[in-house]
Design a protein around this ligand. Structure first.
Ligand code: B12
Ligand code: SF4
Length: 506
């Protein structure tokens, strides 16, 4: 049987957390394909390499580059498919650059699309939108195809749920997925066990991992035995209960990242956070006391923000133990309620998606200040928060906290925590300085070219043979993925590792 070459390409954002979308698709790709997952910041793309089908993923701020890449492949006559959040919101726009667009969670459509391709490539055409998969039937994401060693070793990606039960006005999560659904605990534990033996820390890419209390309690109990340290994203309410926090800590959780968004009560009421500033103060303290690092995400430019919001936020931050914060303008991504409202009100300042990166980029005309005041306010706040004096004060408090023992000896903790702060300081400085941006672009380019093994292979394919992850026992009957048949069943009906996958940890 003829084999086909498939390239799954991601255009990521800076050198941080890997995403799991392409690894999830690779896992359900029919056996007739050799698959390469290519991260454009971490490896060179051999554009002239033989390829039959290309799948591209990108979020809104990188979508223009993704479209340009798609155009290049299509000019060569290669079939191109685009998926992800942005094209789910704007499928017709995606179709101007791709043969097909996959909307929402991709697995079911991807299987259908691959079947179309195998029967006749010209059938790959138009918009694919199918019901989301039953998570219990999915094989493990093929992280082994991702050159995971090229990412930070704290960021090994794991997934336990999809979607979020909440509905914040600026977020697309609800429209992307179908409700809030969880993977079987055994599936998550197997993902953890399959990590390379050199990796002891991971990051849950879930939007809101502990959204279901019963499930998360069970998951944390199961994780206690795995020796994994991890970070996760959680709504602020999770940290109200110190007992749940203790359980997360025992499971290995080191960092909890939450979208607090604002210290303006009116804003909190309007974006459905159901929070008060005092409840934030209390929950942040709970996380810190239990011995985990709280990380907060803040947004500015909401209609109730005024020029003094930045100073008030800094005063608030100075009285909490937040070690790490992200500061960004409100970015209304296409498809969100916020985007519809700002468009209706004629307040969008740009439709250039390259500007939808957040941080200090202003894309909406603010209500109670000018765009310049908004940008200057965020920059002032970020530079003040990450100033050496404040960073040192925060690090001192953290290493004095006996509950943070699991972060290691203070000799290592202090430089690690300071490094985290200075990295953010550098990021803010380079955002504001064209010469540092120039320098950073060079760093990214060098990073892409520094892998000698790539040059020797002159290919993105590690191996010509590709075997999809296998499904086990009772799952087969329910699986919509018919071409994953021919499966072996392990002891206790466990999913068996594929030949190419790294062997499970002992
Ligand atoms: C890890 C992560 C990051 C990492 C890495 C991002 C990167 N691209 O490199 C970091 C922390 C750096 C980051 C940064 C940002 N992020 Co982010 N991030 C995520 C997160 C939490 C996990 C992604 C993931 O692995 N999901 C799990 C996989 C299984 O789902 P998936 O990626 O959606 O893939 C499925 C489908 O989309 C589809 N699919 C996807 N691609 C393709 C391609 C093809 C060919 C097909 C057929 C199907 C398909 O099939 C997949 C399987 O079902 C998501 C939230 C989330 N839970 O998805 C946000 C998310 C992607 N981030 C988001 C945002 C807004 C940002 C920032 C702009 C935030 C900011 N203001 O600074 C930045 C910049 C992002 C950028 N330019 O890429 C938004 C994107 C919105 C949008 N319209 O694009 C999301 C969705 C969060 C949200 N709920 O709003 N992020
Ligand atoms: S809690 Fe987070 S993931 Fe859920 S809707 Fe709000 S912003 Fe999106």
């Amino acid at each position: 049987m003829r084999r086909y070459r498939l390239k799954l390409i991601t255009l990521p954002w800076e050198l941080e957390v890997p995403t799991l979308g392409l690894a999830s698709l690779a896992a359900v790709t029919p056996d007739a394909f050799d698959v390469a997952i290519v991260d454009l910041l971490r490896e060179r793309l051999w554009l002239d390499e033989d390829v039959d089908l290309v799948g591209i993923t990108a979020s809104t701020p990188r979508i223009k580059a993704a479209y340009a890449l798609a155009d290049l492949y299509r000019a060569r006559g290669v079939k191109v498919v685009i998926g992800g959040h942005h094209v789910t919101a704007l499928p017709d726009e995606g179709l101007e650059h791709a043969d097909a667009v996959v909307c929402g969670e991709g697995e079911t459509s991807w299987m259908r699309l691959c079947d179309d391709f195998l029967s006749n490539p010209s059938r790959v055409h138009g918009i694919y939108r199918d019901p989301p998969p039953d998570l219990a039937t999915l094989p493990w994401p093929r992280v082994d195809l991702m050159h995971i060693e090229r990412y930070g070793s704290f960021y090994y990606p794991i997934i336990a749920s999809r979607g979020c039960p909440e509905g914040c006005s600026f977020c697309f999560a609800k429209k992307m997925t179908f409700g809030y659904r969880t993977y079987p605990i055994s599936h998550v534990i197997e993902q953890v066990r399959r990590r390379p033996s050199s990796i002891n820390a991971g990051y849950f890419v879930d939007d809101n991992l502990p959204a279901d209390e019963d499930y998360s309690r069970e998951l944390f109990r199961a994780l206690e035995r795995e020796g994994l340290r991890f970070g996760m994203q959680a709504r602020w309410e999770f940290a109200r209960d110190p007992e749940r926090l203790q359980q997360a800590k025992r499971a290995g959780c080191m960092l909890i990242s939450s979208g607090y968004e604002s210290i303006n009560q009116e804003t909190l009421n309007h974006v459905a956070k159901h929070a008060t500033v005092e409840s934030y103060r209390e929950t942040i303290a709970n996380i810190f006391q239990v011995g985990m690092l709280p990380s907060g995400n803040w947004m500015f430019g909401f209609d109730w923000d005024t020029p003094d919001t930045f100073e008030r936020t800094l005063e608030f931050l100075d009285t909490t133990d937040l070690m790490h914060c992200s500061f960004t303008t409100e970015i209304p991504f296409p498809g969100t309620k916020a985007h519809a409202r700002y468009t209706r009100e004629g307040r969008m300042l740009t439709t250039n998606y390259d500007d939808f990166v957040g941080k200090d980029h202003v894309v909406v005309k603010p209500m109670n200040m000018t765009a310049e005041e908004l940008q200057a306010g965020i920059r002032r706040l970020a530079l003040a928060f990450y100033s050496p004096a404040r960073s040192t004060r925060r690090v001192r408090r953290s290493i004095a906290n006996p509950a943070l023992q699991s972060f290691g000896h203070r000799m290592f903790k202090a430089p690690a925590f300071l490094g985290l702060n200075y990295y953010q300081l550098w990021q803010w400085h380079y955002r504001m300085s064209p010469s540092l941006q120039w320098l950073y672009q060079r760093v990214l380019t060098v990073n892409k070219y520094r892998y000698f093994s790539d040059l020797m292979r002159r290919s993105n394919y590690w191996s010509r043979s590709f075997e999809p992850a296998r499904l086990g026992g009772p799952l087969i009957g329910d699986s919509p993925f018919h071409s994953q048949q021919g499966v072996k069943r392990g002891r206790r009906g466990a999913l068996l590792p594929s030949r190419e996958a790294p062997s499970p940890r002992a």
